[in-house]
Ligand binder design. Structure first.
Ligand code: ADP
Ligand code: MG
Length: 270
């Protein structure tokens, strides 16, 4: 049984640093997810999901294992076919505009034996801007260098990624996403198996991206204290359980609907 143990008071210092605004109404600058359904053969993974992801916010997709969190992110990006629904950004299908998206999949989906250095991995983030078989410009090199610096990995630039710790590897993938200079950042479970220092570096960068009015969407299943970093939440369990500001979503009833008896609910985290 999982214990959710955080309190209203615990958020107050956070709220002073990052005051909460009311959730904005959807605009063309939002991602609009409407009636999205996904089946894997006969198994229904998502049913009629409707929600909005707004720029300038840190948005978390939460829910238990198998809730369809990764599937929702993949469906948004056209990585799994949808059986119904649309995902629009600036009035057009998001999957037709993937050059605006930086996506970091779950760690388990990345081949860590791939013989690439930190520099190689981050420069891959520049391929779309440069084009295959064309040499990287001085601008691209500078962008990659800045991204590596921003996540605190400069001293490891020439290290093969397979030789880094889990937290360092996650920071390298964050740097690659930054090097893409995207408008929309999608991360699937970036906090699994990483150290505390990496977690704070990652949250700091997410905050900066939100402050730059980017869309920052993060899959996370952990209901621990880190949930207080998120502005908006999408709570899933095949169906959408709730969405809106963290305060609106984190009610006992919503958490029970999503996690059922697996959660022992201590205090309101909203
Ligand atoms: P989450 O990320 O919330 O843990 P997923 O989106 O990975 O959940 O999976 C949702 C459901 O779909 C689960 O029941 C999972 O077993 C199933 N599923 C995910 N990927 C596939 C796949 N490629 N083929 C068949 N079933 C899948
Ligand atoms: Mg997942």
């Amino acid at each position: 049984m999982r214990t959710v143990n955080f309190s209203l008071e615990a958020n107050s210092s956070f709220d002073r640093v990052y005051p909460q605004k009311d959730t904005a109404i959807a605009t063309t600058a939002s991602i609009n997810i409407a009636h999205v359904g996904v089946y894997y053969r006969t198994q229904e993974a998502l049913r009629d999901v409707n929600c909005v992801v707004n720029p300038g916010k840190l948005t978390g997709i939460f829910g238990p294992n198998g809730a369809g969190k990764s599937t929702l992110m993949k469906a948004m990006l056209g990585l799994v076919p949808v059986s119904s629904g649309t995902v629009l950004y600036q009035g057009k299908s998001l999957m037709q505009q993937l050059e605006k998206v930086a996506y970091v999949p779950q760690r388990s989906q990345i081949d860590w034996t791939y013989p690439a250095t930190v520099w190689d991995v981050v420069m891959m983030g520049r391929v779309k801007k440069t084009g295959w078989l064309r040499s990287f410009s001085a601008v691209s090199r500078q962008v990659a260098k800045n991204a590596i610096e921003r996540v605190g990995m400069s001293q490891y630039q020439n290290r093969p990624i397979g030789q880094l710790s889990g937290g360092q590897q996650q920071r390298v993938f964050l740097a690659r996403a930054l090097a893409q200079q995207a408008d929309i950042f999608c991360f699937d479970e970036p906090f699994v198996g990483i150290d505390q220092k990496t977690q704070s570096v990652i949250f700091q960068v997410f905050r900066e991206l939100a402050a730059e009015n980017k869309i920052v969407l993060v899959v996370n299943h952990d209901l621990g204290e880190s949930i207080t970093h998120f502005d908006d939440l999408i709570l899933l369990n095949c169906e959408l359980i709730a969405t809106g500001s963290r305060q609106e979503v984190l009610t006992e009833q919503n958490l029970m609907s999503a996690y059922g008896g697996k959660v022992m609910y201590h205090a309101d985290a909203a």
